[in-house]
Design a protein around this ligand. Structure first.
Ligand SMILES: Cc1cc2nc3c(=O)[nH]c(=O)nc-3n(C[C@H](O)[C@H](O)[C@H](O)COP(=O)(O)OP(=O)(O)OC[C@H]3O[C@@H](n4cnc5c(N)ncnc54)[C@H](O)[C@@H]3O)c2cc1C
Length: 391
């Protein structure tokens, strides 16, 4: 039985970053009455993120299960883009440009060779190139580039446009926005029943989705054993502008590991060049530091010396909502009526389509699809609540 409360919505989503928004949009498309609480919907980490859809180049040892979900989402991206752009009337800047991961010294080269081997064993498409072949593809690369991996399937999207389009699509689909912070989860008869907002309003709902990004583990009223183990991982990012006279500066995403730090340059069609990102365990601090900007510029300059000619137009820091195993928490919790959609870490933009589909299935049909089941919050906490039957 679907729980519909006459004084509220079928579903309340707490948090209107890209994950909360896609959940709300997809659930509303399934005919559910959806409310969403966030003081600033469409903000969050997507304001900072680069938007790489890097299922193949972001492959890490021990993350093969996550790879399956990343690939499932990457495969959906083109169709998802078409549907969202149609629903919102907005362009989200999806660009099927591919990625080139390069090595600057012998250590980087050995590391990339290992990644290539892991990709091959995982059945992924990537091609080893010599330094000269890399520079033929991207002439702005430093002469010292020693080799690289060409991954034609890792694309990009503009996360700010993605968030704006999701917001419009939600509004058009009838999602009710409460532009307030949720202060506390309401629990009635051992079941999540909505939330109390920071102006005292009580929003009742049959099901609640906690999608508050790096703050998901801090909502009052959520029992301690259900709180998700999500922490903020700070990332500083620069935005530069490629003047028309310099275009095309880069034709695809270029990335490398320089002295152990990951650096990437993501060129957008509108001339924006995103350079990222630091990885820092600093709690909820979002200060842009001189050291962070210096390291990014130093490493990016080593990779593509010409970037020092470009105007630096923006510096920003954001928080990745990270989980202990770098994979998201999707699905029901041990508190009946409370679901999680959080912990997407460095892959939240990539995972937006698959998360929306998975959460809408759970909310409308009572079941997570097969691909999302390994990501149940139960892997970090006691057994989830027994299944509820949908209407
Ligand atoms: C520097 C950086 C680079 C990145 N690059 C990439 C990339 O290239 N590719 C990729 O796939 N991903 C990338 N990511 C990751 C991606 O941006 C995130 O995983 C994703 O945006 C997380 O979305 P979210 O909706 O879960 O959380 P958030 O964006 O954090 O949104 C959470 C929302 O919840 C709201 N909220 C919090 N508490 C409450 C409350 N109590 N009541 C109501 N609302 C509340 C906040 O206002 C916020 O709007 C990057 C992230 C960073 C920081």
């Amino acid at each position: 039985m679907r729980i519909r409360r006459t004084d509220g919505s079928d579903v309340l989503v707490i948090g209107g970053g890209i994950i909360g928004l896609v959940t709300a949009w997809r659930a509303a498309q399934r005919g559910l009455a959806v409310a969403l609480a966030d003081p600033e919907p469409g903000g969050g980490a997507a304001r900072v993120a680069a938007g790489m859809l890097a299922a193949v180049t972001e492959l890490h040892y021990g993350e093969e299960t996550l790879l399956g979900l990343n690939l499932a989402s990457a495969e959906r991206f083109a169709a998802f883009t078409a549907e969202l752009e149609e629903a919102s009337g907005r362009d989200i800047g999806f660009r099927a440009c591919g990625t080139l991961a390069v090595a600057l010294d012998a250590d980087d080269r050995a590391h990339l060779r290992e990644l290539h081997e892991l990709q091959r064993r995982s059945g992924l498409e990537s091609e080893w190139l010599t330094g000269r072949e890399c520079r033929r593809l991207e002439p702005m690369l430093a002469p010292g580039v020693r080799g690289g991996l060409r991954v034609d399937g890792d694309h990009q999207v503009d996360p700010r446009r993605l968030a704006a389009a999701l917001l419009t699509a939600c509004e058009r689909a009838g999602v009710l926005f409460h532009r307030r912070r949720a202060d506390r989860l309401s629990v009635v008869a051992d079941r999540a029943a909505g939330a109390v907002l920071d102006d005292g309003t009580e929003v009742a709902a049959g099901q609640v989705v906690l999608a508050a990004g790096s703050l998901s583990g801090r909502l009052a009223g959520v029992p301690a054993h259900v709180l998700p183990p999500v922490r903020p991982v700070k990332g500083q990012v620069l935005r530069l502008t490629v003047p028309p006279a310099y275009a095309p500066f880069l034709s695809r995403t270029v990335r490398a590991v320089v002295r152990g730090s990951h650096i990437y340059l993501v060129p957008r069609e509108n001339g924006e060049l995103v350079v990222g990102a630091t990885t820092e365990e600093m709690g909820w601090d979002t200060t842009v530091t001189a050291g962070g900007v210096y390291e990014l510029l130093r490493d990016a300059h080593e990779l593509v010396p010409g970037i020092t000619e470009l105007p630096l137009t923006e510096t920003r820091a954001g928080l990745r909502p990270a989980s202990p195993d770098n994979a998201p928490l999707l699905g029901r919790t041990a508190l009946p009526g409370l679901h999680l959609a959080t912990g997407h870490g460095r892959n939240g933009v990539l995972l937006t389509p698959v998360t929306g589909d998975a959460m809408a299935s759970l909310l409308a049909d009572g079941e997570l699809p097969e691909a999302a089941r390994p990501f149940s919050p139960g892997r970090f906490s006691p057994a989830p609540a027994p299944q509820e039957q949908p209407a």
